[in-house]
Design a protein around this ligand. Sequence first.
Ligand code: SF4
Length: 354
Amino acid sequence: MSRYDLEDEEITALLAGEPRFRLQQLQEALYQRFEEIEEISVLPKALRERLSHLPEFAPALSVANEQRADGGRTVKWLFHLDDGAAIETVLMHYRDHSTVCISSQAGCAMACSFCATGHGGYLRQLSTGEIVEQVIFAARRARADGRRLDHVVFMGMGEPFANFDRVWRSVERIVNDIGLAARHVTLSTVGLIPQIRLLAEHPLQVNLAVSLHAANNELRSELVPINRRYPIERLVTALEEYFAQTHRRISFEWALIAGVNDTPKDVAELAPIANRLHAHVNLIPLNPIRDIAPGAMKGSSPERVAEFANELGALGVNATIRRTRGRSIDAACGQLAVMANRPVPVRVTRHRVE
Ligand code: SF4
């Protein structure tokens, strides 16, 4: 539970006896100025003191670890939640924008074979407030760094579409209450078709990033096991319908793994799908998940990554090589949190679609 889970009527009840305008003062302080309760100088001191002692306003995230890399332009936090579960959040400053990568679940049930979180199993859903609080925390830090947080990507721990309702409510808060542009918010998925259809019905112009990683069913089912339930041809059809209905941008995420999905055959399989969907392809050299799966898959060499991008380009596909951030700080998906979660009993369950 987070203070960012509180709805207006719940805050109003906690403000009993105060003038009505206190609600707006409090909301602006929390969502737009990212202030802690004791810093909200527009509120009387006695009220600040009272609120700061209420459990409803206590921070949901406590920093268990902070690591910096890339000359301070990448900051990664390991947060503990009130039940001891661990999640991680990464803030990345680029030349012209700052992006936070946030978690939507503690752990993940999708079991992607190259992913640290996938190896750790699923713990629980994050609440809307726990998701929003990661954004607020990063926005506050960005401001302290003299930057403005303007992009949010749901690419941390968890499969956002397996927690769809809470994730969508958090998107509404990020756009409507914090004030970020919807087109600067990216939701990622391994390809949960029912939720892709659901997203098409929702109004905000968010980006959809599909973690594809392979363009044939045999390999994709090995890398991304949910492919057995939602195979590529059905996924592509659902994405075509999504694009026809929304005209919103689709991108494919492709973690390049040496000798596994970085061959000319992979290029030849991916290009027609990307072209059919007008999709942009983001190439990410895989971060090795050392300590969790020793001897696990290795990322493609920088030379092969560049060749792969060029080969896609020659077939008419727009591809971008994503700069790998934070290699020195275990920035592979979920790596820090999986290690932190180890002492916590990890319950690996079948994925439940909500
Ligand atoms: S890659 Fe994403 S969906 Fe797959 S196991 Fe990791 S966190 Fe879950």
